[in-house]
Ligand binder design. Structure first.
Ligand SMILES: C[S@@+](CC[C@H](N)C(=O)[O-])C[C@H]1O[C@@H](n2cnc3c(N)ncnc32)[C@H](O)[C@@H]1O
Length: 397
């Protein structure tokens, strides 16, 4: 498809998305309202698909870049390649065409194993490798907060049969639509512009104001990387309700911020990990080197990396949950307070049983650290709703 038609098509979708009433509950947090005003508006007005790909890969539009001429660059790339190797999916295990785009900015590209790679490319490949390892075969993926589409592009290259539905703010979805349309001229694309049933296509675009139309759909996997924790509490709860109650989903990959609040995130949520009891935690990675986000951003606070499996309705029973918590309690007994193992067990026990004594024990550890989650756990005790992250504390994770 010619570049001009891609832009014209995307602009038409954006115009329709912007006419939709935007539910107050999911209005972007300050950080995203500001980013859209600063970046997206200008990109939408001016850039061709090729220039757009160059821009989103070389600026912190949705996924921060690492530049070849930065001193940290080599260390980041080798850390990420090591991560893939340690995970059992070295770069060489992917087909040769799995490499960064020819249109990606040369400022972020190096060559490894004869292919173009960037830090963002390897980060997105980490998600693809994770889904492959824990889910195995899958056909339908919901990506909430898909950014410019870097992960979706790699998912499609590695799993050509996959159908990916992306839900994001209209302006980000515009970038994502153009990015993917430019890279996959032979794939089918569908953009929802009004309420109704979610269509079927290789790539489906659901603007945030139509997120509730996802209700009734089924996906093998839901993915959220670095998005829920950048939303307000009401938006985060809204999307978690969709994932947990309104759609059928078998797995959920949830990689998001936890711990010390960040001034940058202003009115963002107290927690994106307020999950219900019907998840089995297949993988909990945090401070250990198994966390692929921190291979990309080694100087950044550690993000919690969860792979969850939805417990099917038909096997849910009091005995099943009792078994889960008794195992978590024995792990808790053996863990030192504040360690990753202790947090993993505590989060499970509170999520499943919601007992005041456990919540108080958890607050005793996180309150002195000034964690952003403090208002959330306090709200569980006093039955109120948390609003936003705590004020930044002086101590870190
Ligand atoms: C930091 S980016 C992460 C992008 C991508 N998942 C990644 O890891 O590279 C956060 C994403 O969340 C989206 N987002 C922020 N607030 C949102 C909201 N209220 N509803 C839907 N998406 C939102 C942004 O547009 C952006 O795509």
């Amino acid at each position: 498809m010619a570049s001009q038609s891609i832009v014209a098509e995307a602009r038409e979708h954006l115009a329709a998305w912007r006419k939709l009433p935007f539910p107050l509950e999911i209005m972007p947090a300050k950080i995203w309202a500001d980013l859209i005003a600063e970046n997206h508006e200008n990109i939408i007005q001016t850039l061709s698909p090729e220039a757009l790909v160059e821009r989103v890969t070389s600026d912190n539009i949705t996924t921060g870049p690492a530049f070849v001429d930065e001193p940290r660059f080599k260390g980041i790339i080798s850390g990420q390649l090591e991560w893939l190797k340690g995970f059992g999916r070295p770069l060489s295990s992917f087909p040769a065409y799995v490499q960064d785009s020819e249109l990606a900015s040369p400022r972020v590209i190096t060559t490894e194993d004869g292919r173009r790679v960037s830090a963002a490319f390897l980060y997105h490949l980490g998600t693809v490798a994770t889904l492959g390892a824990f889910v195995g075969k899958f056909e339908t993926v919901l990506e909430l907060g898909s950014g410019y589409g870097g992960m979706a592009r790699l998912l499609k290259l590695v799993h050509p049969g996959v159908h990916i539905t992306m839900c994001d703010l209209p302006e980000t979805l515009y970038l994502c639509y153009i990015y993917l349309r430019r890279h996959f001229p032979n794939c089918t694309f569908a953009a929802m512009t009004e309420r109704g049933t979610v269509p079927t296509a290789d790539f489906v675009f659901v603007p945030a104001p139509l997120a509730s139309s996802l209700a009734g759909s089924a996906f093998d996997v839901a993915v959220n990387t670095c998005s829920l924790s950048e939303m307000t509490q009401s938006a985060c709860d809204y999307y978690l309700r969709i994932i947990e109650n309104d759609i059928k989903v078998d797995y959920f990959h949830h990689l998001n911020r936890i711990g010390s609040p960040e001034p940058l995130l202003a009115n963002a949520c107290a927690t994106s990990f307020g999950l219900d009891r019907h998840w089995d935690v297949l993988d909990f990675k945090w401070h250990d080197p198994g966390n692929y986000f921190n291979a990309y951003f080694p100087n950044y606070g550690y993000l919690l990396n969860l792979m969850l499996r939805r417990i099917p309705d038909k096997i849910r029973s009091p005995e099943l949950y009792a078994g889960m918590t008794s195992r978590a309690r024995s792990l808790l007994g053996a863990a030192s307070p504040g360690s990753d193992e202790w947090h993993a067990a505590m989060l499970d026990i509170i999520r499943i049983e919601r007992r005041s004594a456990d919540i108080e024990a958890y607050l005793k550890v996180i309150r002195p650290l000034g964690w952003r989650e403090t208002p959330y756990y306090e709200s569980l005790l006093n039955g109120t709703k948390p609003t936003k992250q705590s004020a930044p504390a002086s101590r870190g994770l």
